[in-house]
Write a protein that binds this ligand. Structure first.
Ligand code: SF4
Length: 194
């Protein structure tokens, strides 16, 4: 059986604009020119390069063990991906940690929260341990460490996004445009996006 699963990159694409998924995955039109999107994905490359074993993180958050760059998949949640760090905490719970090539802001970006929540689901299913929090390291703010406490709604919202992406990929559903019109200005799909 062909089991489709969604990656964090696809979630980032979807959150940038749901129609990206349709044009890229259903119509197979590659994405080359959108400058804002390029910046977004360029950050992902920097984040991958920034992954280093930082011992201070372990001390700061009561981490008793950690695994680095762990590939996990979940047939139940239909997701797969590499988690930067899978942490085991002193209270018996586990947590994902992600490095972000970004500056600290007083709020958590939806893309970051969604990605962390999906990683939390991957850890829960693969390790059988509860996950109540995740961590973000902001590389461009001297590796500032932020704790993100999960609510049930975070898991529900992340699962809903995965279902919406699957609906597009598997059923060819044509999604609504992004609400942020500024993203359309330099979008390479703007001439076919009606
Ligand atoms: S033109 Fe706008 S709505 Fe259409 S794919 Fe590009 S960003 Fe999305």
């Amino acid at each position: 059986m062909n089991t489709v699963s969604i990656t964090p990159t696809e979630v980032i694409e979807y959150l940038f604009c749901p129609r990206f998924i349709y044009f890229m995955e259903c119509l197979k039109i590659p994405q080359h020119e959108n400058l804002r999107y390029k910046v977004l994905m360029g950050r992902e490359v920097h984040e991958r390069k920034a992954k280093v074993n930082r011992e201070y993180v372990r001390k700061k958050i009561g981490c008793v063990d950690k695994e680095i760059s762990v590939y996990l998949s979940s047939p139940k949640y239909k997701i797969r991906g590499i988690v930067d760090e899978v942490l085991s905490l002193a209270d018996g719970t586990m947590a994902p940690l992600e490095y972000k090539f970004a500056e600290y802001r007083p709020y958590v970006f939806k893309t970051h929260r969604t990605q962390l929540a999906l990683e939390a689901l991957l850890i829960q299913e693969n390790y059988g341990k509860p996950v109540k929090r995740g961590f973000l390291v902001y590389v461009r703010s001297k590796n500032f460490l932020r704790e993100v406490l999960f609510k049930q709604s975070d898991y529900e919202n992340a699962s809903k996004i995965v279902e919406e992406i699957l609906r597009i990929v598997q059923n060819g559903y044509y999604p609504k445009k992004t609400k942020s019109k500024v993203k359309c200005v330099d979008c390479c799909y703007k001439n076919i996006c009606v």
